[in-house]
Design a binder for this molecule. Structure first.
Ligand SMILES: [Zn+2]
Length: 74
């Protein structure tokens, strides 16, 4: 099943230029991730784009479940 919320995004640590990985869900939660160098990076969901994207994904999943159910009963 497609899970957009678990989609991994990569970004450079502003301090050590190490590549960091985090998920869309962490952005929507505006989580703070810690780099191996000890730098804390505050994720910001600008204009709530991550939250909206996950919301759309959930909506599609629900529609898909509904569709599968309606097919199953026939
Ligand atoms: Zn770092």
């Amino acid at each position: 099943m497609l899970d957009i919320a678990s989609e991994v995004i990569q970004a450079e640590c502003p301090s050590c230029k190490n590549m960091l990985e985090y998920t869309l869900r962490q952005i929507s939660e505006e989580a703070i991730i810690t780099c191996s160098c000890g730098e804390n990076i505050q994720l910001v969901d600008e204009k709530k784009m991550a939250e909206k994207t996950i919301g759309i994904d959930n909506l599609l999943d629900k529609n898909m479940d509904h569709l599968l159910q309606s097919l199953a009963v026939k």
